[in-house]
Design a protein around this ligand. Sequence first.
Ligand SMILES: [Zn+2]
Length: 505
Amino acid sequence: MTEKIDVFEAAAAGSLESIKTLGRVHLEAKNDRGWTPLMFAARFGHAGVLEYLLSEAKVDPNVVNKDGKTAADLAELWGAAEAVEVLSRLAPSAKKATVATPAPAPVPAGSGASSSSNIADWWKKRTIHEIKPLHFSGSIINRLSFLRTDKEYLQESVQAPSTRFILFQDHGVLFKSTTKHLAYASHNDIKDLIGPDPLNNLPEGLVLVFLGADEASSPEPGDSHAEILVKGRRGIGYWALDLSAKTPLATPALKASIEQFVNTYTEMRPATFGLSLSESGLVSQARSVVDWNKRNQFCAGCGRKSLSLEGGHKRTCPPAVLSEEDGKEVESDCLAHRGVQNFTYPRTDPVVITCVISRDGERVLLGRQAAWPKGTYSCLAGFVEPGESLEEAARREVKEESGIHVGHVMYHSSQPWPFPNTLMVGCHAEAISEDINIALEDQELEDARWFTRTEILEALKGSRSATFGKPVEPGVLRLPPGTAIAHVILRAWATGEGEVPQPRM
Ligand SMILES: [Zn+2]
């Protein structure tokens, strides 16, 4: 299986070798935000890719995106010094467009803090820059949720030769061991396992979930499919299959297929942190829905085995049961069939994670748990409880963990966290008190402290951020890696930029 190269991701990642394999039509392509590969290379500061695109491929440096910005504007805006240098040297006549426009300033009401707070001032002054979607949220597939009830479509999709299956076993997901990519099985690899009618009669112990279709993928060169169609719809289908109950690998065909690609099952953490954005989003959806199915095999009302519906996105108590008296089918008397709560759906648990800013606007409050690597601090976080708004949850958690009172709370961005089904909701908030008392109410933290902007900026630099598992020098502040939302909301505050994830790469 060869991987299709996404020209925008390749340019953003600085993959010159991949870029060189692509023709002019790809190198001059625009995404739905009007961004070209040249713009991505400029924004992420990849001088080598810029040199190639301008000198060899001769792409036009004057193209503007939907915000009216050229590659040179983006390099300058993002402080990519090497990219600015290459562009001014190789495309000196490229026009400069405008700089970012300050965003409107929403002011929250009823927080108890004054309306002229520092966070409100910062919110008004910040400039908005688009960033990539956060890790675990960048899937490129169309989930096609409206087709989950279309059994014909699902049946065709599950059997199509082009369909790709992500395989899970216990807590692991199947990787290509030699690359940072997921491995995919075909229907042929797994047909003996799932049987001829997997939607209605999946063998005991397996979990099968329809994820959606990649409508943008074209068949590989030399592929016999002129066009991949499933019930008339274009796209490569994606499914997840959990084999946990089938150890060791049940069929010789599957075992051979896995060995052929030198694939291995790898623990989700930390392996999935190294995936491309699009595969991180795919595995995040797959893992969360598979895990939910495994934990909800029985009806909570009567304890009978529940049924999987809608391609693995819904479970229900069986409506009919066998009578103990005569063995005939009778209507179930389960509580699940009374009222409207007769189905269960995959759950998502919101956690609010808060970057608390001091009253003078120059420091942030971070805490650490005893189990974390030495020197590692992060933003305070906690689960949102029933009957609680995000703002209230942020205030409660910060108060319980540090004793600090919080006023205004402003939403920034969110990140799915598939371990197994959390949604991290990233906020900025303003402290309205100064004195930390971590033993006050909740003893969850080992320490909580204020850190200056200079300390945060220093720790955000590449070598000091992605640190989990690495040895650390004493007294050095470590922050979560760039794949974590804590890093993103801290960076947005420290650099004064209101970064927002792009609608789509
Ligand atoms: Zn029941």
